[in-house]
Design a protein around this ligand. Structure first.
Ligand code: ADP
Length: 644
């Protein structure tokens, strides 16, 4: 075994790898960008070295040569790439090996073999792995491809051969739309990957995404069963589970064998995932799954496999990279119970899942869940990287038991200091179709309206917020209370765009009568715990004027000084502001132009995504305050409108 390894990553995966390394007595070296000096992965590592010149990945976590130099200078013998960044970069693997170090992962040639979707499909066909019917050859002539699409039969999917993250992918339902869709997919592929080539695939009906975890030693491989990742929003996984609902022993064996064949065909070493698309229109059938692609690294969702098999996949990665044999044979790998993982992000769901930033004033997870997180209370979610807060992972003896544990765990997860997708995850965990195991990749899109509905604060929640705002949860008998008259106090709180005033009559140290705009809430304290109508008041976090009530997945309020209210009322939709720091990609508004509510006025690129900035109302563009290429701060005024 190695005595010291370097982790070329950040966030939760860097912390995850360090935990196992530590348990094996292996020292860890972290690298970090200028934005991450105070990050959790830096604090966890035995040594940490600043790399690069700035926070952007290209100036930090993608600097392979500098990272290799750090490994050499610190005496690390191996590099774990985590996922993302350099994890599937064959040139990096070559450079690591040329420097006399071990790459904890597959060979460069295995990564190359799976790097392009067309070549990978051809290779898999040869190895006897079922691939989605379609055309994945070299001829890129538009008429030829249209003819192929017609032969495959509509609907078809156009995919960029170099694609990833759903980019360069187009669903075409009708031959008349093929030419336009192909041109736009090729254009997007050229911009994103520098390679316009596309393949054509049959579009699978009611598709399910089921992937198989494999593990190889360079010659032979085993599988650790499947994960179902069908709950996706815009091709991004949201909740994953193992095993797949409705899986039969026959189909599991067929998929497992195909995945092992795929891994062995490329002499795979380490942890990898073979992704299949499954026809879910008529139950699961052993002839109804097809190879999509192989991810030649540890996946974000690997913990669900760990919880149902009891295997520590990072432990296996380190052992196999260090030259040990695979720790178990296929027959020895157990499959016990059911596990779910929910990806908790800092994002504004009602605003179209807009990535958010913020400093986490409070963060806690219930003991019933495994929470893999790269942040702690007090840490900042910066605009530079993925805004993931944590992965909430649970296990139970059955799918139903695990799902109710997931619901409870999400309900008891507490985050303050940023908006989160917790309510969305909670709604998803409670979705009847999901509970029935009736999943497919379209489930979220079909039910999106119900899933994004924000939980509403009740008078009890508002009383809890007001109590904290006034510091009355600790209220002692002498905090202004007089024997002559009950003490009255009031506070004005903001809740989204609205405000309300809460008034309390303190009748004693353990009795408060609240009036929340006409609704009466009586709070009593029993054994130090405040109750309303016999139920515990929810926990509350107070940070400055921001109040978070931990009910309904986190309800946010702000304490408002009534005297300041006039200045806070400027939200008339006249000024289009940058919602977060970022790069102005395009400004469409021209001075004097007439615009309608909802018109796209500019595009801001932030956190690796493009965000359209829309007119909040009809008007005339009075001033354009930003230009293409400007780097702007959150809240910067970009465009000003005036009445028509
Ligand atoms: P990317 O590499 O861009 O993420 P994938 O090939 O992994 O693209 O596909 C992403 C998602 O698109 C899958 O998880 C699935 O939901 C959907 N998908 C891909 N291929 C098909 C297909 N042939 N039929 C239906 N849906 C598909």
């Amino acid at each position: 075994m190695f005595t010291k390894i370097l982790i070329a990553n950040r966030g939760e995966i860097a912390c995850r790898v360090m935990e196992t390394a530590r348990s094996l007595g292996v020292q860890t070296v972290a690298v970090y960008s200028t934005a991450d000096a105070a990050a959790k992965h830096v604090a966890m590592a035995d040594e940490a070295v600043l790399i690069g010149t700035g926070p952007a990945p290209a100036d930090s976590y993608l600097l392979g040569d500098e990272i290799i130099a750090v490994a050499q200078a610190t005496g690390a013998q191996a590099i774990h790439p985590g996922y993302g960044f350099l994890s599937e970069n064959p040139e990096f693997v070559d450079a690591v090996e040329a420097a006399g170090l071990t790459f904890i992962g597959p060979s460069a040639s295995a990564i190359r073999a799976m790097g392009l979707k067309d070549a990978a499909k051809a290779l898999m066909e040869e190895a006897g792995v079922p691939v989605v019917p379609g055309y994945h050859g070299a001829n890129q002539d538009a008429d030829f491809l249209a003819q192929q699409a017609a032969e495959i039969g509509y609907p078809v999917l156009i995919k960029a051969v170099a694609g990833g993250g759903g980019k360069g992918m187009r669903l075409v339902e009708d031959a008349a739309d093929f030419a336009d869709a192909l041109a736009s997919a090729q254009g997007e592929a050229q911009t994103a990957f520098g390679n316009p080539d596309c393949l054509i695939e049959k579009y699978i009906q009611k598709p399910r995404h089921i992937e198989v975890q494999v593990f190889g030693d360079g010659t032979s491989a085993v599988h650790l069963y499947e994960r179902d990742c069908s709950l996706q929003r815009r091709h991004q996984k949201v909740i994953e589970e193992a095993p797949a609902p409705g899986m039969t022993e026959e189909m599991r064996a067929a998929m497992g064998n195909a995945a092992v064949r795929a891994a062995e065909a490329i002499g795979y070493k380490g942890a990898g995932t073979v992704e299949f698309i499954v026809d879910g229109s008529n139950g699961l059938r052993p002839d109804g799954f097809w190879f999509m692609e192989m991810n030649t690294r540890l996946q974000v969702e690997h913990p669900v496999t760990e919880l149902v098999t009891g295997v520590d996949l990072v432990d296996w990665q380190l052992r196999v990279a260090a030259g040990e044999a695979l720790p178990m044979t296929q027959e020895q790998i157990p499959l016990i119970g059911h596990a779910f993982e929910a990806r908790l992000y800092a994002e504004d769901v009602p605003k179209g899942f807009l990535p958010a930033t913020g400093t986490l004033s409070h963060l806690s997870f219930p003991a019933m869940a495994r929470a893999d997180s790269g942040v702690r209370a007090g840490d900042t979610i910066s605009p530079w990287y993925d805004p993931m807060i944590a992965k909430v992972i649970v296990h139970g003896p059955s799918r139903a038991a695990a799902l109710s544990r997931l619901s409870a765990a999400l309900d008891q997860t507490q985050v303050a200091g940023t908006v989160t997708n917790l309510a969305f995850l909670g709604a998803l965990a409670a979705d009847p179709a999901f509970a029935a195991g009736d999943v497919d990749t379209g489930l979220i899109a079909r039910e999106i309206d119900a899933l994004v509905a924000a939980p509403e604060a009740t008078p009890v929640h508002k009383a809890a917020a007001a109590q904290a705002a006034l510091g009355l949860e600790q209220a002692a008998w002498d905090s202004g209370f007089t024997l002559w008259a009950p003490l009255h106090q009031s506070v004005t709180l903001g809740e989204g765009e609205a405000t309300f005033t809460a008034t309390v009559e303190v009748r004693g140290p353990d009795l408060q009568h609240w009036d929340i705009e006409g609704a009466q809430v009586i709070c009593t304290r029993v054994n130090g715990q405040w109750l309303a109508a016999g139920k515990r008041l929810p926990d509350v976090a107070l940070s400055g004027d921001a109040i978070t009530v931990f009910a309904g997945y986190g309800l946010s309020f702000t304490r408002i000084d009534p005297l300041d209210q006039a200045s806070g009322a400027a939200g008339d939709g006249n000024v289009i502001e940058a919602p977060m720091p970022g790069l102005v990609k395009a400004v469409f508004a021209r001075q004097g132009q007439e615009v309608k509510e909802g018109d796209r006025l500019a595009i801001l690129e932030a956190m690796k995504m493009e965000h359209s900035l829309l007119a909040a109302r009809d008007g005339i563009v009075a001033e354009v305050l930003a230009a293409d290429g400007d780097q702007v701060e959150a809240g910067a005024a970009l465009i000003r409108l005036e009445e028509a």
